[in-house]
Design a protein around this ligand. Structure first.
Ligand code: PLP
Length: 402
């Protein structure tokens, strides 16, 4: 199927694409969808979005989950989570516009970018979002003129060398700086509702999260004793998923966090901002072989998607996705999977054992929902993969990308 970048129009809702009981990520389903929509595809399964959300909610009872849009800001994901009763974590005007278009109630959203322009604050306020994040005196002062309409969480930094992506280097104040920020806020008449942190994405274990909860509990006690009670603790994201390397099952990861949260003062509302955990397992990337060459004893397969496209997370997110040929492996050979562009960095994996592939054969990357399509480009004018979002066999794409 021929298509030009960004102009692909898909029939919406009407077509029953697949048997509703059929696993969308199984071989027959993938072959059916490629036959119909061409390659490359980025396939989102709403049922898996739902399953991830429910599993995390069960592992963290009494914690309200705000889906962070950043890893996969796609309408289908937001719609699915909206209907599950989720909350949303926004950071940009584009994200505000997306949830607004989808009719998400503004009081179910928080704005968590620690550094904002006045126009960013105003855009979120105009929509009706009233809770923001700040981590320094200059940012606090930006809220003086909005003090009657907005309240803040103070973002605290906890460095996490063991997380794949340390998110406490660029943002957050030292725990020792919280008292001064609270005092400044009181002086400026700005309401501080609580504390937040993000220990880093794809955390190996929950020790740093547990430590952060403990430190915040003490900071909140100390604030209360000075007459500034804080009522919200935001424990951020970071919940890990299985890639080429397995992670801790989420129940095991969350058990120590639950124990730590049990010692919070009663009346404190605890929220979290999961992104990756909900999005990653919910999408796969399907590409096809454009051409091949035998170089130095290895088969090089050139795919129609690569590091500048859906596999961009290998660069930006340091992820290694489970990637394999769709056809059953018989005899295998040392193989290389490369992307389509003329850049030599555009190689997905140089060290794979694959069956001998022909032009047109399909290759599937799994656990590819988070930080992949979101950061893909059309470098060299290879268009980004066509997004197909399906819910129990139905196409739920709304015809726009996203
Ligand atoms: C990116 C981000 C998240 C999501 O983090 P994950 O590790 O994907 O769960 C949550 N909150 C903030 C503030 C973020 O920047």
């Amino acid at each position: 199927m021929a298509k030009a970048a960004g102009t692909c129009r898909l029939p919406i809702g009407e077509a029953l694409e697949l048997d509703p009981g059929q696993d969308l990520f199984a071989r027959e389903s993938i072959e059916h969808l490629v036959k119909r929509y061409g390659s490359p595809l980025f396939i989102i399964d709403a049922e898996r979005v739902r399953a991830q959300y429910r599993r995390l909610a069960a592992a963290l009872p009494n914690v309200d989950l705000y889906y962070a849009l950043k890893p996969l800001p796609h309408a289908s994901v937001i719609r699915t989570l909206r209907d599950e009763g989720a909350y949303f974590d926004l950071a940009t005007n584009g994200e505000v516009a997306l949830v607004e278009r989808l009719g998400v109630a503004a009081d179910r959203c928080i704005h968590t970018h620690p550094i904002k322009r006045d126009g960013d604050i105003r855009t979120a306020l105009d929509y009706g979002v009233t809770r923001f994040v700040a981590d320094n005196p200059d940012e606090l002062r930006k809220f003086v003129k909005y003090r009657r309409r907005a309240s803040l969480l103070i973002r605290v930094s906890f460095r996490s060398p063991e997380a794949v992506c340390d998110l406490s280097k660029k943002f957050g104040c030292a725990p020792e700086a919280v008292a001064d920020l609270l005092a400044l806020a009181a002086e400026l008449g700005i309401r501080i509702e609580g504390l937040s942190f993000h220990v880093g994405s794809q955390s190996a274990g929950s020790a740093m999260l547990v430590h952060a909860v403990g430190v915040c509990r003490e900071l909140m006690r100390s604030a209360a004793s000075k007459g500034q009670p804080l009522t919200t603790l935001d424990i951020g994201g970071g919940f890990p998923v299985d890639y080429a390397q397995a992670s801790l099952p989420i129940e095991e990861f969350c058990a120590p966090i639950r124990a730590a949260l049990a010692s919070m003062e009663p009346g404190v509302r605890v929220i979290a901002e999961p992104g990756r955990y909900i999005a990653a397992p919910a999408a796969i990337a399907v590409s096809s072989v454009m051409g091949r060459a035998l170089r130095d004893g290895r088969w090089w397969y050139y795919l129609d998607d690569g590091l500048y496209g859906s596999y961009s997370g290998q660069m930006y997110d340091h992820a290694r996705y489970p990637v394999a040929a769709l056809k059953p492996a018989g005899e295998t050979f040392p193989s290389v999977l490369a992307g389509p562009t003329c850049d030599s960095i555009d190689v997905i994996n140089e060290d794979l054992e694959l069956p001998k592939l022909e032009v047109g054969d399909l290759v599937v990357g799994r656990a590819m929902g988070a930080y992949t399509w979101a950061s893909a480009s059309d470098f060299n004018f290879f268009p980004r993969a066509t997004v197909l979002a399906l819910d129990r066999g139905h196409l739920m794409q709304d015809g726009r990308q996203p």
